[in-house]
Ligand binder design. Structure first.
Ligand SMILES: Cc1cc2nc3c(=O)[nH]c(=O)nc-3n(C[C@H](O)[C@H](O)[C@H](O)COP(=O)(O)OP(=O)(O)OC[C@H]3O[C@@H](n4cnc5c(N)ncnc54)[C@H](O)[C@@H]3O)c2cc1C
Length: 561
């Protein structure tokens, strides 16, 4: 361990660059999760294959012209995704006194020194067109006196967030975009379809191996593939993400040898409803924007002790303050206090939150709302360029599974739906163009297979390992990190990896656990490889940013040797 410590001290050669780390797990990560043989499975063929049906995947699919076929596969029901649950809205320069430069500056300021300025400018300038397009397709954003109602969230210098149904933007936006997608005659969707691995032949992505709940294993062969599998929130005991967010796309890309960049940067949302025994729901920061206070168990309004901006400090600052106050008061949560606010306005602006709390007998006009931080958004992922191209031939990516350079070390609120829209459009358009260019090529099954291993009959309690992983990630790789805790987490996860990763499971519970362990281990490794604090990555043993890491991305790649 001492050896590892010195390996991760800031080094001058890191200045201004990216040092790819070839990361080797203590037990090797198998290339494919399951055995398969092309002679014994079903085959499907499509020009463009889109893995994931959130905002990024559907936006990509919409770019595929009628002369090409497109297939969208989703792990669960089509509607189940992070996109569906988005609350606050989509950022875009739409107000008369706002400028592109303001949105660019706000994004760069949030992201520290790690944003790619050219990408930020491109995304910001495209935002109004992407939002207009959503309206043209039927999305009903909230209006105020006949014009778009523009909200303002932490880190934004101007009002520029369009929202729908008060606090259910994702639901409305996905309703409209799904209806548009369903009207495409060249598009098919396959729900309940777990993507296991990317099929790669001679360095080029040729589609994916999937497991469908009715058909079993299927090899889907495509000319071009777009990876849009979303986030990793389920790796943490506390999370705002739905159950589908287990990092499968990150893990399959890693197994296929693609680089994962900036995996240490995970944004924790400070205010997640904390009611023991229930799923966690996000309480949008717009509630604090409207005047809600954060109080500890004694009713003490503590935020001003940590930051002069009080409750409106950036997300990472508020999350860190809450965790510190929970420690100080030896209490499992803190509270949002809305009791002093105008009840009618609160009900109109936050109907979903009022209803969710009411289900647990919490009246937000009378009671404090118990909250604590939870894993919310994965900034890191598969590196893509400005048109959504990954390093692998015929593989594109968009949305939360990718690292595009937009967010840097911290995501500005409401920039991620925008990223999904912009990169979904770019990746879809370019994948479709590439597929069009290849239509003369025969689309056929290729000789890729993976042998079965001797079965291991020792029973494993997968739920127990999953819960243990989530607890370790929360305890040691959560809002606050230090070397000692990260190394302890690495030892635990390595131990589980040793006996879980080599197995060949025949059900999604096992595959998800394998993805979660793989992704969790890369997050730990990346967090160790950044001995400084920057953006959402707080190392209590290195509380300041280190010069040597100002422009340094941590890039991890599976060692294939
Ligand atoms: C509660 C909540 C509120 C949010 N609010 C906002 C907001 O107001 N504004 C904002 O900008 N951002 C917000 N975000 C973040 C934003 O919603 C996400 O970053 C964005 O929706 C990600 O879109 P995506 O298409 O990349 O992934 P997702 O929308 O998560 O879609 C992922 C898709 O991949 C599929 N998938 C995953 N694994 C597999 C597999 N193995 N096989 C097949 N399919 C698979 C899933 O089924 C799903 O269809 C919020 C997130 C949450 C959780």
């Amino acid at each position: 361990m001492t050896q590892r410590a010195s390996q991760y001290e800031p080094q001058s050669e890191l200045q201004g660059g990216s040092r790819p780390l070839n990361f080797t797990f203590q037990s090797p990560v198998p290339r494919y999760l399951v055995p398969f043989n092309p002679r014994r499975v079903l085959h499907r063929f499509t020009d463009v294959l889109v893995l994931g049906g959130g905002i990024a995947g559907l936006r990509a699919a919409l770019e595929v012209p009628p002369h090409l076929s497109v297939l969208v596969v989703t792990k669960d029901a089509m509607g189940e995704s992070n996109s569906r649950w988005a609350q606050g809205g989509i950022a875009g320069v739409l107000g008369p006194d706002d400028r592109f430069e303001n949105h660019v500056d706000d994004t760069l300021r949030a992201g520290g020194s790690l944003c790619d300025r050219a990408v930020v400018e491109m995304v910001v300038r495209e935002a109004p067109a992407r939002i207009q397009e959503l309206m043209d397709w039927g999305t009903q954003f909230d209006l105020e006196q006949g014009s778009l109602a523009l909200g303002r969230e932490g880190g934004h210098s101007h009002h520029r967030i369009v929202h729908a149904l008060g606090d259910a933007t994702g639901k409305e936006m996905m309703r409209a975009i799904s209806a548009r997608v369903c009207a495409m005659s060249n598009l098919q969707t396959l729900a309940g379809c777990f993507t296991l691995d990317l099929l790669v032949h001679e360095g080029r992505c040729r589609g994916a191996l999937v497991w469908h709940e009715r058909s079993g294993m299927v090899m889907i062969w495509s000319r071009e593939t777009v990876l849009c599998t979303g986030g990793v929130g389920q790796l943490y005991r506390e999370s705002t993400n739905p159950l589908v967010a287990t990092g499968d796309g990150h893990a399959m890309a890693y197994r296929a040898g693609l680089p994962l960049r900036d995996m240490e940067f995970i944004q924790f949302h400070p205010t997640v409803l904390y009611i023991a025994g229930t799923g966690r729901s996000l309480i949008t920061e717009a509630v604090r924007g409207e005047g809600a206070h954060l109080v500890d168990k004694n009713g003490y309004r503590f935020m001003n002790d940590y930051d002069s901006r009080g409750e409106l400090a950036p997300r990472d600052v508020v999350s860190q303050a809450i965790v510190s106050q929970m420690d100080k008061t030896h209490h499992a949560c803190v509270y949002l206090d809305l009791t002093h606010m105008d009840a009618a306005r609160v009900r109109a602006r936050f109907p979903g939150i009022a209803e969710r709390c009411a289900q647990f007998d919490i009246d937000i006009h009378r009671d404090w709302v118990p909250i604590r931080p939870g894993a919310h958004y994965m900034i890191g992922g598969v590196t893509v360029d400005a048109v959504g191209k990954t390093e692998m031939d015929s593989l594109w990516g968009a949305g939360e599974v990718t690292s595009s350079g937009l967010h840097g070390a911290n995501r500005l609120a409401s920039n991620s739906l925008l990223e999904g829209l912009v990169f979904g459009a770019h990746a879809g358009r370019n994948a479709a163009q590439a597929a069009s260019d290849r239509t003369a090529e025969r689309l056929e099954a290729l000789p890729i297979e993976n042998p079965s291993l001797p079965p291991n009959h020792e029973p494993l309690d997968l739920a127990d390992i999953r819960n243990s992983l989530k607890s370790v990630m929360w305890r040691h790789v959560g809002v606050r990190r230090n070397r000692e805790g990260l190394e302890e987490a690495a030892r635990d996860v390595d131990q589980w990896c040793r006996y879980v990763l080599p197995r060949q499971f025949d059900h999604p519970t096992g595959w998800e656990l394998q993805s979660m362990l793989t992704v969790g281990r890369t997050i730990i490794e990346a967090a160790l490889a950044r001995p400084e604090s920057r953006g959402v990555h707080l190392r209590t043993d290195h509380p300041a940013p280190a010069m040597g890491f100002a422009n340094h991305h941590v890039t991890l790649r599976r060692h294939s040797g």
